[in-house]
Design a protein. Structure first.
Length: 135
C-alpha cells in the first residue's frame, strides 16, 4: 500500500536523518550526489568545497533533494522529495546556526562553503509491503 505523507510530516522525517541526495544538471546531464545534511527549520543545510561540483548549486535554476528510508523486517519505507533552489549562506547566517544544525562533513577536508536548500515543492510517500502468511 502506498500513502501520501503530509508536508509537515515530510520535514519531520527529514529531521530524523542526516544523509540524502542532491540532484542537479551538470554538463548537460543529471547528476545525483549523496550528501550529509542538517535541517534548519524547513531548509536543508549542506557544506561543500568552494571548488567542488556542489559549489555550482546556487547557479542552478532547479535542484532536487531526496531522502528515503526502508525497513525490510517491518516491510515499510518512506521517501521525501524536495524541489527548489540553493543559496550560499552568509557568515552571519552560519554563525546563527545552533550546534544541532551544524553539518559535520563526513568526507572531511576543507568544506567551508555553507549552502541552504530552500524548497518550493515538497512530496512524500510511505509504502507498506503486504504481510504474507507464514507456514
Amino acid at each position: 500500500m502506498i500513502g501520501i505523507i503530509e508536508e509537515d510530516d515530510c520535514f519531520s522525517l527529514l529531521a530524523s536523518t542526516t544523509v540524502g541526495r542532491v540532484g542537479f544538471m551538470n554538463e548537460g546531464r543529471i547528476k545525483i550526489i549523496p550528501v550529509n545534511f542538517r535541517m534548519h527549520g524547513r531548509d536543508v543545510v549542506l557544506r561543500t568545497r568552494e571548488q567542488g561540483v556542489l559549489a555550482q548549486l546556487p547557479t542552478q535554476q532547479h535542484v532536487a533533494f531526496e531522502v528515503d528510508h526502508h525497513d525490510d523486517v517491518a516491510g515499510t519505507a518512506w521517501n521525501v522529495l524536495l524541489s527548489g533552489r540553493v543559496e550560499a549562506m552568509t557568515p552571519e547566517e552560519v554563525e546563527a546556526l545552533s550546534a544541532a544544525e551544524r553539518v559535520l562533513p563526513w568526507a572531511g577536508g576543507d568544506r567551508e562553503l555553507w549552502l541552504r536548500f530552500v524548497a518550493d515543492r515538497v512530496s512524500g510517500r510511505r509504502v507498506r509491503r503486504p504481510q504474507f502468511p507464514t507456514d
